[in-house]
Write a protein that binds this ligand. Structure first.
Ligand code: NDP
Length: 451
């Protein structure tokens, strides 16, 4: 044991960071072009019926009057939304006392490279339910505002979301130098732009309020289903009915969002929380990219109300549900396996596993296990494969004539393939030979017999 500890000393996973020139250039391009791309999709939807070529032609012809404007109304909406979400995030969770098998309240995350185990107030499901009840009562019950309020202010809200996303990224960058929460868990690459983009602090907090869990998991994801509902209402207000494609997109994405909140304690163990540092990529991504680009299908259907045939709709639903089943059951298998330390059944059998070890910065040797049963024997990331299948169903629900609604699927494919490579490098750094043995036993990364 001591020998292994000695061997692993100085080999702390999640630390090494060499920024190559191509990585730096990609970072720079994303910083500049990702915000412009979001504006481009907005213009394409609101002025060019979701054509992806017409806006560029218009801009080249000098038409610049399609850009969103800055409005006090949108700032007030964002202000109310953010304040509500902060308050809801601070409320103690009640649901775990009432709902059997729901894990909420105080939960502990994975061990960080410096050996910390942070605790979190898990109450996302409660926050989602209260937020939606307020929206539904306010819009449909009391008529305080129109259910299309989000759609009506979509362009103006984009400005505020950007201001918030950039300010948050600058704040956490400065905070990492001036008053870091856990300074041993900071990561510096020596390149300012890259550090601003990827983040320095792993778990920046203000008191006990965790900024990464909050921004990754609350204002944007809770808003996601509300934005879809607002888009469905806009479709109704334009055409007098809601298409089956819009219902399908709303339902499939609702399933995904509710699963996320049902399993929020599991989210603490995912790469987002236990590996990714909090910088521009997450801060801006949470405030702008997620609410604007994950909702493109419902936005597309406002302008293109597509009525699917019964068989097409059924087929799309089947793809979505199969994808969701693979996504959820593979994530559940790993989660239960890790929580029970292997004392559970997978597909009716005791799970096989490879024992592994890793070391944290405090030179503590820790034990873990890599699951080699269930979905985790089919490929090393079947949870990504299921997610991709589900995201394909969202796009397919919008027909096959436009590229616009397929953007999310294309983006998620690139993100998850890249994530797969990143995660495997990290696991190899962390577990060494044990990871190699796992990769030999389960040779496919994502799609069995293909990659
Ligand atoms: P995983 O939940 O697969 O977590 C990867 C980690 O799991 C590894 O770093 C390792 O962590 C552990 N692990 C890997 N293989 C095994 C094994 N065989 N047995 C036990 N533990 C293992 O990935 P993510 O966190 O990236 O994603 C979680 C989910 O979120 C996925 O379903 C993904 O599709 C989804 N997602 C969705 C996104 C979206 O925008 N819609 C974006 C990103 C993810 P450890 O250090 O604990 O060993």
């Amino acid at each position: 044991m001591l020998e292994r500890t000695e061997k692993l000393k100085g080999h702390i996973w999640g630390r090494a960071s060499v920024v190559s020139l191509p990585t730096f250039l990609v970072t720079l391009l994303l910083l500049i072009f990702a915000p412009l791309l979001v504006v481009y999709f907005y213009i394409s939807a609101f002025y060019f019926n979701c054509s992806l070529t017409a806006p560029i032609e218009a801009i080249l012809n000098g038409e610049t009057n399609h850009f969103p404007t800055l409005s006090l109304n949108a700032a007030a909406l964002w202000g109310v939304w953010l304040t509500l979400q902060i308050l809801l995030a601070m409320l103690p969770d009640r649901l775990h006392k009432w709902i059997p098998n729901y894990q909420g309240g105080e939960c502990v995350g994975s061990v960080t490279p410096s050996g910390y185990s942070h605790s979190y107030n898990i109450n996302g499901l409660q926050a989602w339910i209260i937020s939606h009840i307020l929206f539904i009562i306010g819009a449909f019950g009391l008529g305080w505002f129109s259910p299309t309020i989000i759609f009506d202010n979509w362009g103006d809200l984009l400005w505020i979301a950007n201001i918030l996303g950039f300010s948050l990224a600058i704040f956490v960058f400065a905070k990492a130098y001036l008053f870091p929460s856990f300074k041993e868990d900071r990561k510096f690459s020596g390149n300012f732009i890259y550090d601003f983009f990827m983040g320095i602090e792993l778990n920046p907090r203000i008191g006990n309020f965790d900024l990464k869990l909050f921004f990754n998991g609350r204002p944007g994801i809770i808003a996601w289903s509300m934005i879809n509902l607002s888009f469905a209402s806009a479709q109704y207000s334009f055409y007098g009915y809601i298409t089956n494609s819009m219902i399908l997109v709303n339902l499939l994405q609702l399933l995904y969002i509710l699963y996320f909140y049902w399993k929020e304690a599991w989210y603490l163990k995912t790469m987002d929380i236990h590996h990714d540092h909090f910088g521009w990529m997450l801060a801006w991504g949470d405030c702008v990219w997620l609410p604007y680009m994950y909702t493109l299908q419902a936005l597309f259907l406002v302008f293109n109300p597509i009525d699917l045939s019964f068989s097409y709709a059924l087929f799309t639903l089947a793809i979505g549900l199969i994808g969701f089943y693979i996504f959820a059951s593979s994530n559940n298998q790993k989660d239960k396996f890790r929580k029970s330390d292997g004392n559970m059944l997978i597909w009716g059998k005791e799970p096989n596993f490879i024992p592994c070890q890793y070391i944290t910065q405090d030179d503590t040797l820790r034990q873990s296990k890599l699951l080699v049963s269930g979905w985790w024997k089919v490929s090393r990331h079947m949870n990504y494969t299921g997610d991709l299948l589900l995201s394909f169903a969202y796009s397919f629900a919008c027909g096959i004539d436009y590229l616009f609604p397929y953007f999310y699927f294309i983006f998620l494919t690139i993100l998850l393939v890249h994530r797969c490579i990143r995660d495997e490098k990290r696991c190899h750094d962390k577990y060494g030979k044990a990871w190699e043995a796992y990769s030999q036993k389960v040779p496919y990364r994502l799609i069995p017999y293909i990659w």
